[in-house]
Each structure stands twice: as C-alpha cells, then as structure tokens.
Design a protein around this ligand. Structure first.
Ligand code: ATP
Ligand code: MG
Length: 673
C-alpha cells in the first residue's frame, strides 16, 4: 500500500485513505444557474469526504458545523460530472463545479499539499470511472439527503495509477487536413476523457476559454481541443518532488498529527528547511505564519523575518512596551489572534530576550495564558551554526524560560543530505562541535590547490559583509562585457518591506559571476546555489549562463516567480525577476541556509562561534571548495550549545526506554529556572 501512496505523492500520509479522501477547509457553495439565483452558503469549517454509494457512483459529502446547534449538518452530491479547477492549489484554494447540480464549491484556507493530493486522488478516481463507463451521466440523480450506503473510497492502487497515466498520455488524432495532431502529453488536471462534444464543453468551461458554439463531434473541434494548454501550477511549492527520508517524514508527522510545539534540529544539510517547506504545504494558509531569523533564510522558505512578523521593536522596548506597540496596530492584533502555527527557521540567530518577549506578547495579545498563547511553534535551526548577533556573549533561546515552557518535543536529525562524501561529512561533524584534528586540518589545507572550470571564479565567502559587497562592486566595474539591468516586476500585493533573494534591480555584464537563487531544473543540477558566468545575452535580452554543472551548453535564464506569503492572508505577493545574484562574493552570515557548488573561503577573520562551520558546510563536497590559509584555531563552537545538545541526546536515550514515545523530554533547564 505504501508504494501506491508514494506514487500518488502523499508519502508522508499518516493514514493513507483518510488523507486522500477527507479535507478540512472553509467552503462557499454558489449556484451557477442563470435562471434560479440563490444566495451562496458559506462555512468557515467544513469537512469534505469522497466516497461511493451502493451503485458505485462517486459522491462528495460535505459536513458543516452549524452555528445554532453546533451539530454538523451534512449534504451529499453526486460528483459524477464534477470539474476540478486546480489553478490556485498552491495558495490553498480550489474550485469544484458540478454542472448537473448547477453549483460551484469554492474551497478556501486548505493546507496546499493536502488539497493537491485530495483533488488529484478525486480526479484520478473520476477519470477511471468515466473511462470504465464509457460515458458520463449528463443528469445524474441528485441526492438531497445522505445516502444509506456511503463508504470512503479505497486508496488508489498501482493498477489504477497506471490506468490514469495511460489515459493521460498523448492522443494522436487526425484533423480536417488529414494531418496527425498530438494532444498535449500532460493534460490539465481539470480535463476529462469523455467521448464526443461533451468533452469539449467541459474543457472550455473548466479552463475558462471561449465557449464553443457547437458541440457536434467534428475534426475542427478536435484540433481546437489539442491546442489547449495545461493549467500551470506554482511548481516551487506544491509540486516540489523531494522524497523525504524516514526521519524527515517523522518530523512532518509529529507536527501535523500531535499539534505539539516542536523544535527539530540537526547538522547543516540534514534537510531542515526542506522539511519546513513540506510542513508549510500541509498547514492551513491563513493561520500559518512562516518566518525566519534572517531575510535570506526567510526567502528560502517563502516567509518573512521574525522581526517583520512580531509588530514591535524588541531591542529598545520592555516586554510591556512591546505589547502596547502591538495593541496600537489593529492589523498586528488581528495577525497575532489569527496565528495558530508559527514557523521559525534559523532559530540559532534569535536571542533569548527576543524569544521571551515574543512569548509574552503572544499570551497578552491573544488573552490566552497557555505557553505562547496557545500557538503551535514549529521551530528549526542548528545552534552550532551562527549565534545571535550581539556585542556581548550571546544568550540563546534555549536558555530562556519561555523556551523551556513552550517546546514540548525536540527531534534531532542525523542524516546529512547536502553532502554524500563520507570523509567530508565526518570532518564537518567534528568542526561543528569545535574539533579540528591534525588529519582534518591537513585535508582542509590541501583544498587550497583545488582547481575549478575555467571562467568560473568560485564564490568568495567573507567573514564580513562589507568585504563581500566591495568585491562584487569592484568585479562588476572591472568586467568589460556588455551590460544589462533587469528591474523586478512586482505585483500590487508586493510591499517594499518584503524580502526575497531576488533584488529589485539586477545589473549584469557578459562575464559576470552569478549564482542561481532558485531551483530551475534539479535533474540537470541547476538548483539554488549553482554557480556559473554570463556568457552573452540572448536575442530577447535574457542572460545565457554557462553553469559549472553544464560544461557544454549555456542556459537561457528567464524571469521566475518569487512568492512571499502575505501575513494573515491566503494570498501571496509576487515578484518576477531573474533567479540570479552576483556571486563573486557573499558574507558567511548571508550564506547560512544556502547550498553552494563552488566556493573559496578565507577564515582568517572569523569572529563568531560556528562561523567556520557554516562556511565549510555550504559546499556539497570537499572538492568544490578552496580554503585559503586555513588555521585550525578558527574552528570554534559555543560550550553552552555543546552542553545543550548533550542534554537533548541524554533525554532521547532515556526516552527510548519508555513505552510512550511522546513523553516530554526533560530538556536543558535554564540556569535561572
Ligand atoms: N530527502 C532529501 N532527498 C534529496 N535531497 C535532499 C533531501 N533533504 C534535503 N535534501 C537536499 O539537501 C540540501 C540541504 O537541505 P536543507 O537546506 O533543507 O538543509 P538544512 O538542514 O536546512 O541546512 P542548513 O542547516 O544549512 O540550513 C538541499 O540541497 C536539499 O535539496
Ligand atoms: Mg536550512
């Protein structure tokens, strides 16, 4: 069974069948009848279940909690002719049209991934049913009350998946000129295989194209049908196809199933941010707030900075003043009240005082005495990477009483996915805890001789950001090639305070060293952090980039979509810009969270614990870095953090002896507790 589900893309499903065929959402039911107009029905909380009746028709059951009785009211629709519109799935929205019942269901505020799986499973079952029936019932019998027999659909089997795949393969048909025409390989998910003109009618409606005048079955219609384009979805969110490992899935399950406040940690490259992206897709969009300690880290997960989220100025204000600052802004009060899940990446850079203030503000503004005002915290990061920026000895979040009160479960990830070179991983694991033995130091020193492909100058990782900016400015100025400036296209929702890795104005020259800031084709090795140089500009003005991973061809880079989820709404702000940044140099602080495939590191002026570890662990392999004048003394780890991690390990070992796996670990007790 698990194989079927993995193929269906729901590998993290806790309960396969329920996961595919039930969905929590907000709902609006509208009439599509032009003659009989009725007021739409809206429900903040509804549960949709797909099932069958005794005649094996596919039914859509809707349960709504009514305000008056508090009891769920249920209604069931025959979904035989349902049309699914998937354009907005990435934002947790979707529309289902049932023409025979002249209604339209608008599903809102869904967890995007769950919605995607639910709709695709429904679509696959409908496609199979229609193919097997050969035709659809144009006017299925309406079912006004719940059917006597209603059973949740069985999960998709491998056989069914194959049938659907085959059905969606290109069709070869002959048009009126006698030419063979092939339909698009991947049909949009809202298209259906229904014989005759009905298919055209449904297609034209479902994709919102011009209505066809005649539904007669003739070749001209078939040709028009072939020209339809598949619906585009935001590939970066819903359709990211990284197969999570067992330990990664375990984190997702803990967050989704237990609803506990969870801190998951692990060394650099264990997939913490990948897991976060999956979790974000599985939580309802309007009550989930995605944040990170820094702008760069936030942009990696489509979120905002924690400072941007909180609505107060933590440095200069007391806890009471912070509460007051929030209360003075209605928008911020609404946001704090609406928040049910708060995601924080790169927690190591958030200091204890800020975390205490956040927790206090949450309780006061929400008027809820539970830890963090009852918000589920989903926190990740590695405290052995960069600490909070501070002139004095940093005080970490885990040292605060708030942390001790709020975090109910701590999970440690052990499998590094960024590097697959065992020797390098072992060196990194030692460097992480501040150890650099003679053998490791020797291997790191030898890397100074590494050579890279001609024309690709490795990214210089600088300890200080001024150095990085200076290097990029100087190199761009000294580059002699043609120059072009690309201005970002921002939509109306985009606010200047939003952070994305894509800059507002990007100036490139032929010969510029660049780095991808987004995955564009993972199979070809063109992913976030891939390095290359601008070879020339194409006829339509886009840069042609020769990447390290693509020795023989250059790739035309076009504008990509960078989305920022607007706090408190289920909409996103969109910036369209080239997914590139200048890459002669970046600061180590800005590189935290990134994966680089070609870097030169100078660690002479290291000033923070974990800084050397962050720099070294950005690389995919030892052969892809060049370390200049390496001295083992730059390898530093904070002793408080080492002690904290030791305490987590001890707790986990003890926990293994318990039968109940979710018992609360004792955790690191803050000294002043
Ligand atoms: N299950 C997986 N399968 C394949 N690749 C993976 C998997 N998990 C993570 N990766 C890859 O490993 C790299 C590191 O992942 P990610 O950035 O999520 O790690 P991280 O733990 O957040 O690291 P850091 O602590 O540096 O922020 C990325 O290139 C990511 O695509
Ligand atoms: Mg990360």
């Amino acid at each position: 069974m698990s194989k079927n589900i993995e193929e269906a893309g729901v590998s993290e499903s806790p309960s396969n069948c329920t996961y595919c065929y039930t969905l929590d959402c907000s709902l609006r039911i509208e009439s599509t009848s032009s003659s009989k107009k009725t007021a739409p029905i809206t429900a903040k909380k509804a549960l949709l279940t797909v099932g069958r009746n005794s005649q094996r028709q596919i039914l859509l059951q809707i349960e709504i909690k009514t305000k008056t009785s508090g009891q769920p009211a249920a209604v069931c629709y025959d979904a035989t002719d349902a049309i699914v519109h998937l354009q907005n799935v990435a934002n947790g929205k979707c529309t289902v049209e049932i023409p025979s019942k002249t209604i339209m269901l608008q599903l809102l505020d869904c967890a995007p991934r769950k919605l995607n799986v639910f709709m695709k499973s429904l679509q696959a079952k409908l496609d199979i049913m229609r193919m097997e029936n050969g035709t659809i019932q144009v006017v299925p019998k309406p079912i006004s009350r719940l059917p006597a027999a209603f059973s949740v659909l069985s999960p998709l089997t491998i056989g069914e998946m194959r049938k659907v795949k085959k059905m969606r393969e290109p069709l070869s048909i002959t048009n009126s000129n006698g030419k063979q025409v092939t339909t698009p390989k991947r049909r949009s998910s809202s298209t259906m295989l229904i014989p005759g003109g009905l298919e055209n009618r449904i297609l034209s409606r479902s994709i919102g194209l011009k209505r066809m005048t005649s539904f007669a079955r003739d070749d001209r219609e078939k040709t028009e049908f072939t020209s339809l384009k598949p619906i585009k979805e935001d590939n970066t969110t819903v359709l990211e196809r990284i197969q999570l490992t067992e330990e990664q899935k375990n984190v997702v399950r803990s967050v989704i199933n237990t609803k506990k406040s969870i801190f998951f940690t692990g060394s650099a490259g264990t997939g913490k941010s990948v897991i976060l992206r999956r979790i974000i897709e599985m939580l309802p969009a309007t009550s989930t707030y995605v944040t990170a300690a820094t702008g760069v880290a936030a942009s990696q997960i489509g979120g905002i900075t924690l400072h941007g989220f909180c609505g107060f100025l933590p440095q200069s204000s007391s806890a009471e003043q912070c509460v007051q600052q929030v209360l003075n802004q209605n928008q911020m009060v609404r946001q704090w009240k609406r928040c049910a899940h708060l995601i924080i990446d790169e927690i190591s850079m958030v200091d204890s005082e800020f975390f205490e203030k956040l927790e206090y503000v949450a309780r006061c503004v929400r008027n809820n005495s539970l830890p963090f005002g009852g918000i589920q915290l989903i926190i990740t990061g590695d405290f052995l990477q960069l600490p909070p920026v501070s002139k004095e000895e940093p005080v970490f979040c885990f040292e605060s009483q708030a942390w001790y009160r709020c975090i109910q479960k701590t999970i440690v990830l052990n499998n590094v996915k960024r590097q697959d070179d065992d020797v390098f991983v072992k060196i990194l694991n030692k460097v992480r805890v501040g150890i650099c033995d003679f053998k490791s130091a020797d291997l790191l020193k030898q890397s100074a001789k590494h050579q890279f492909p001609p024309n690709v100058i490795p990214t210089r990782l600088c300890t200080h950001s001024d150095d990085a900016e200076r290097i990029n400015r100087r190199n761009l100025l000294n580059t002699k090639g043609d120059e072009k400036t690309f201005h970002a296209h921002d939509d109306d929702n985009f606010d200047s305070s939003f952070r994305t890795l894509a800059v507002k104005k990007l100036t490139l020259k032929v010969g510029s060293q660049v780095m991808l800031i987004k995955n564009i084709d993972v199979n070809k090795g063109l992913c976030n952090g891939s390095r290359g140089y601008v070879e020339k500009f194409s006829d339509n003005g886009n840069p042609l980039v020769r990447f390290v991973s693509q020795k023989h061809t250059s790739i035309e880079i076009r504008r990509s979509k960078f989305s920022v989820r607007i706090p408190g709404c289920d909409t996103t702000a969109i910036r369209r810009q080239l997914p590139l940044q200048l890459a002669w140099a970046i600061s180590i602080h800005k590189s935290q969270g990134l994966t680089l495939d070609c870097a030169e590191i100078s660690l002479e002026r290291v000033f923070a614990d974990g800084q050397a570890y962050v720099a070294l662990s950005r690389a995919r392999s030892l052969s892809s870095i060049r370390i200049l004048e390496f001295d083992a003394s730059c390898v530093r780890a904070n002793s408080k953090v080492i002690q904290y991690y030791k305490s987590i390990e001890d707790d986990n070992e003890e926990e293994d002896n318990y039968l109940e796996s979710d018992c609360q670990p004792k955790k690191f007790k803050p000294s002043n507790f």
